[in-house]
Design a protein around this ligand. Structure first.
Ligand code: HPA
Length: 234
């Protein structure tokens, strides 16, 4: 048991998939895993362990944003000995060539959050994915003919902006950042700190430059693609 998780030691697998929405974690457990147990209901931040093609793995809600993500990741690593954590989520594209439903493997995660400057001050730390996981994910996605992009993303503390997103995020767009989401920089930083493999696999749900949004059917297909990739990797 940890502060935010009622799982017992051994309930959680070494490999954990994290979805922002706890109900998505439930959906994955119910539709992709067998022999499933629910190990956490604290704050409704549901967590499940089950089996996929003979492999034991867990799927845990993270909530939205970096403070929530870091609480669950810190406890998964330090209290439950998770060795590999993969985020599966959605992002808003910054580049016209990165289309709705495309997959992004976040090689690095820049951030506008103060979460790392509290630690590094005026120095910069570059939060990076585990190369081994990234490499395997890229091979899998390429052989499955998925439209995949690898590069730098932005983990932002802001969802709603006072000015148009294309203006608000201008400096990031101009530096080739592929897309924005709200969790990965914190995940990668904790992975580096504690020596745990981390990767974010993201589907593009909207394009902040062209204004396109995925339909619910498109969201479902790309979610399925992303899920299968992450499950094969785990
Ligand atoms: N901002 C932040 N995170 C997101 C967005 C966005 O526009 N779309 C999907 N995830």
């Amino acid at each position: 048991m940890s502060v935010h998780n009622e799982a017992k030691q051994g309930d959680i697998a070494e490999s954990v998939l994290m979805a922002g929405d706890p109900l998505r974690a439930k959906f994955i457990a119910e539709n992709y895993l067998s022999d499933t147990i629910c190990y956490n209901k604290v704050r409704n931040m549901l967590g499940y362990t089950g089996v996929y093609k003979g492999k034991r793995l867990s799927v845990q809600g993270s909530g939205m944003g970096m403070p929530s993500m870091t609480i669950y990741v810190h406890e998964l690593i330090n209290e439950y000995k998770a060795h590999q954590i993969m985020r599966i989520g959605t992002c808003g594209s910054f580049q016209p060539a990165v289309k709705i439903r495309d997959l992004i493997l976040a090689q690095g995660a820049s951030t506008d959050s103060a979460i790392n400057s509290h630690v590094f001050g005026n120095d910069d730390f570059a939060p990076l994915a585990s190369f081994d996981l990234l490499n395997k994910a890229f091979s899998l996605a390429s052989s499955a003919s998925v439209n995949v992009h690898v590069g730098n993303i932005l983990s932002s503390d802001t969802f709603y902006t006072d000015v148009a997103p294309v203006d608000y995020y201008q400096k990031w767009i101009a530096h080739g950042i592929l897309a924005v989401e709200m969790e990965t920089a914190a995940l990668y930083t904790l992975g580096a700190k504690f020596g745990v493999d981390t990767l974010s696999v993201l589907t593009v749900s909207d394009n902040l430059v062209t204004g396109e949004h995925a339909s619910s059917e498109e969201r479902e297909t790309s979610f399925d693609q992303m899920m299968k990739l992450a499950l094969e990797l785990a």
